[in-house]
Design a protein around this ligand. Structure first.
Ligand code: MN
Length: 247
């Protein structure tokens, strides 16, 4: 399974899609803009095994915020949303206020519709992401993807009920390895974040859950097979939450 993948953005997307459908029980394809969601839904097509969701990536909010109304409309028709969130890094500082506006509107819409499952980007913005979620009870379930906050931010996110999706690339840094140790084991699911996320210069593929289990096994001091069981059971629970939503 893979709970955060930009499958539409691999150079050979059709081929990766076909392989993901064969190799994975479930793949969550998060798009980066409402128009990309429309195009990808048309070209690749969702299915039981491949969930395609509308989003507006914080890194491109500066250029694409005019698509917000389209996004809010698309959210009516789906059970899950992503990729959305905030990016507080210097590079995207100029669009930060617009990012907040978009993210607040998205979370508000999720709450108004009775809840959604969201795949959320929170780079250097964990505090603000958690504050927005906290201010909109009933928004649903938050899955923080590739979490890179501090230990205390992780603790706050856990206390707020967040889930976490993590992939092999998160283990590239010592900080990532140390965070992985502290993740709540009953709320972790695998992700690839491919093709952006890379390990040793190659894009991580949607069927990398086994690799993630190996890496988590090292971090947790638990046999890989045991970690795989935990990831499987968590994945089923999260999928259950998605499928139980009305839309
Ligand atoms: Mn991503």
């Amino acid at each position: 399974m893979d709970f955060h993948c930009h499958l539409d953005l691999y150079p050979n997307a059709r081929d990766v899609y076909a392989q993901a459908r064969d190799r994975n029980e479930f793949t969550w394809l998060v798009t980066t803009s409402p128009r990309a969601f429309a195009a990808t839904s048309r070209v690749l097509g969702g299915s039981e095994k491949v969930l395609i969701t509308p989003g507006l990536h914080p890194e491109i909010v500066g250029a694409r915020h005019a698509e917000l109304d389209l996004l809010l409309d698309q959210i009516r028709q789906v059970r899950a949303v992503g990729e959305v969130g905030l990016d507080g890094s210097k590079r995207f500082q100029a669009s930060y206020e617009m990012q907040r506006k978009v993210f607040v509107a998205v979370v508000e819409q999720c709450a108004a519709l009775g809840g959604r499952v969201l795949s959320i980007h929170s780079r250097q913005a964990v505090k603000d992401v958690l504050a927005v979620l906290n201010a909109h009870s009933g928004y649903g379930t938050a899955v923080l993807h590739w979490f890179t906050g501090s230990g205390s931010e992780l603790k706050a996110a856990v206390e707020q009920g967040c889930w976490f999706s993590i992939g092999p690339a998160a283990f590239n840094s010592a900080a990532g390895q140390s965070l992985a140790k502290k993740l709540p084991r009953d709320r972790v699911v695998p992700e690839s974040d491919g093709p952006f996320a890379q390990v040793d210069g190659a894009s991580v593929m949607p069927w990398s859950a086994g690799q993630t289990a190996q890496l988590l096994a090292g971090a947790w001091g638990v046999p890989p097979a045991e970690v795989m069981k935990i990831l499987d059971s968590n994945s089923r629970r999260l999928l259950g939450l998605i499928r139980a939503l009305d839309c």
